[in-house]
Design a protein around this ligand. Structure first.
Ligand SMILES: Cc1cc2nc3c(=O)[nH]c(=O)nc-3n(C[C@H](O)[C@H](O)[C@H](O)COP(=O)(O)OP(=O)(O)OC[C@H]3O[C@@H](n4cnc5c(N)ncnc54)[C@H](O)[C@@H]3O)c2cc1C
Length: 484
């Protein structure tokens, strides 16, 4: 079996141990929110009547609410949130706000070859509109459209870069960087070459994005109730829809389910997603000398090209302090029984592995410490990107299954759900991607066996020059392969 660069060039164990000595558990992004962006909102008590009720105050619910009132300022909108606004995936992600609606070009092109060009165009438009909304509404979310750098870190990945480079020939927003050029840009000895896509990704402060969407929505009349878990949904014969919560009820014309990885209120969606846990670290602020030692002046988001990949990015320095580096990914863990459970978040072994890979990537930063470590559940679907639909005579819409790429595409999902509820036929609602539901996951134990076998195969592929074994090839053929 071959070795990866992270095994060949592992840092001393003492460097890793030192880096994690004072690390606290919890999302850096949420910790970093000023108190003014974390207002305590009251729970729902009694009965509320509204036009649209939304379950869940992550990006999907918040974008849907904001878009609803921007489309129609007279529309009354209520959100019920089980815990706090933006506390879940939306408050703990990497903040890569990508244009792709399909979890990467390759995944989209394989599943929807006839409409991939439209999907790419709509995705680019979605990111442009996010940029516009951030500017027009003055959302303070540290939005920076710096693009995404994809470095090859093993020799076999150079051939993949060449293919990509050939496909992108003539695109002024895609730049190929050879070994010297990429290392001059970001000084990592692991980089062999890279592609920099300059327009397809922006970095945001994830928790600020949720908080600012909530603020902008509330300023336009949306009401958010926190600590209000929806426990059921009823669609009376006479029309309308009622969402029952543990403290009350909301009666509305329409409902949107934006509950992501958590159990759906619709039975038909319970087998459509599984939670896969993803882990991240955040460093302390870098000193000017440390910043100088790594370069990274263009501040791109970075995702390496392995099957099991890392994502990393700089934060914005504040109050005279330097930027920090978020480093996450690689291990994505599924637990038998598909439960979302905070106990799965505590994995010192996974954080230690990430820290080791960090110092392989940036050995010149040895001595730096991590201030935060955390994890979050990713709502994986079998098509690795969101699915959409309506239920109960078109009175309820849902979108879920973003599979770790929802920062940008949740806004598109909000548009789709409003189109569907309004009964408006649009370019979005005509998409096969929107009209067709993917396969559900099988029940246990088949789900756990299949997911573990896939991850094992991906790790093996990374140790064998990227070659995919029979299982991955079979999954590819079934449209279930994961390589984007
Ligand atoms: C560690 C990590 C890193 C990631 N990095 C990236 C990245 O860099 N780029 C990217 O594009 N994506 C990334 N993602 C994915 C991205 O964060 C998600 O796709 C996105 O946040 C999904 O938003 P959401 O609103 O659908 O879900 P969530 O943020 O999970 O919100 C769902 C909300 O619904 C509420 N809810 C659930 N059930 C009920 C109920 N019954 N009643 C009331 N409320 C309920 C929950 O409490 C929660 O607040 C990452 C995810 C993780 C975990």
């Amino acid at each position: 079996m071959g070795t990866t660069v992270f095994e060949r060039q592992a840092p001393p164990a003492s460097v890793v141990a030192h880096s994690l000595e004072q690390t606290r558990s919890g999302s850096f992004w949420i910790d970093d929110l000023p108190a003014s962006l974390r207002p305590d909102r009251a729970p729902l008590r009694g009965v509320e009547t509204t036009d649209l009720v939304i379950v869940g105050a992550g990006y999907t619910g918040l974008w849907t609410a904001l878009l609803a009132v921007l489309r129609d300022p007279g529309r009354r909108v209520v959100i019920v949130e089980a815990a706090r606004t933006g506390w879940a995936a939306s408050g703990r992600n990497g903040g890569f706000c990508e244009s792709s609606l399909t979890h990467g070009h390759e995944n989209g092109a394989r599943r929807w070859p006839d409409e991939i060009d439209t999907l790419e165009r709509l995705g680019r438009q979605n990111l442009d509109e996010i940029e516009q909304t951030v500017a027009e509404l003055g959302l303070d979310v540290q939005f920076e459209r710096t693009g995404q750098l994809a470095p090859a870190i093993e020799p076999h990945q150079l051939a993949w870069l060449d293919e990509w480079r050939a496909e992108a020939a003539g695109d002024p927003d895609v730049e190929y960087l050879d070994e010297a050029a990429v290392r001059a840009s970001v000084a990592s000895p692991t980089y062999l070459a890279a592609i920099w896509e300059k327009r397809t990704c922006a970095l945001v402060h994830p928790a600020r994005l949720a908080a600012e969407l909530a603020r902008a929505a509330e300023e336009r009349g949306v009401r958010i109730f926190e600590r209000s878990r929806a426990t059921g949904i009823e669609t009376p014969r006479g029309g309308g829809v009622s969402v029952l919560t543990d403290g009350g009820r909301v009666d509305a014309d329409h409902a949107v389910l934006a509950t992501n990885v958590f159990p759906s209120l619709l039975r038909r969606n319970r087998l459509m997603t599984v939670p896969v846990y993803d882990y991240a670290l955040m460093t302390e602020p870098l000193t000017p000398a440390q910043q100088e030692a790594i370069g990274w002046r263009d501040r791109q988001g970075i995702g390496d090209m392995a099957n099991q990949f890392h994502y990393y990015r700089p934060s914005q320095g504040q109050d005279g302090q330097g930027a920090r580096i978020l480093f996450g990914g690689y291990d994505a863990l599924y637990h038998y029984g598909r439960r979302v459970d905070p106990r799965y978040e505590n994995r010192p072994d996974v954080w230690a592995k990430l820290a080791s890979h960090f110092f392989t990537t940036f050995p010149q930063l040895e001595g730096l410490r991590f201030s935060h470590q955390w994890a979050g559940a990713i709502d994986s679907s079998t098509q690795f990107t969101a699915f959409y639909g309506t239920a109960r005579d078109g009175r309820v819409a849902y979108a879920s299954g973003f599979t770790g790429l929802g920062v940008g595409s949740t806004r598109f999902a909000g548009q789709v759900m409003l189109d569907l509820l309004d009964g408006t036929e649009t370019e979005r609602t005509a998409l096969q991607m929107v009209r067709r539901r993917p396969l559900p996951f099988p029940p246990e134990p088949a789900a756990a066996i299949g997911i573990h076998a896939t991850r094992w195969s991906m790790d093996r592929a990374d140790h064998h020059e990227g070659r995919r074994n029979l299982l991955l090839k079979t999954l590819d053929a079934l449209g279930l392969g994961f390589d984007s």
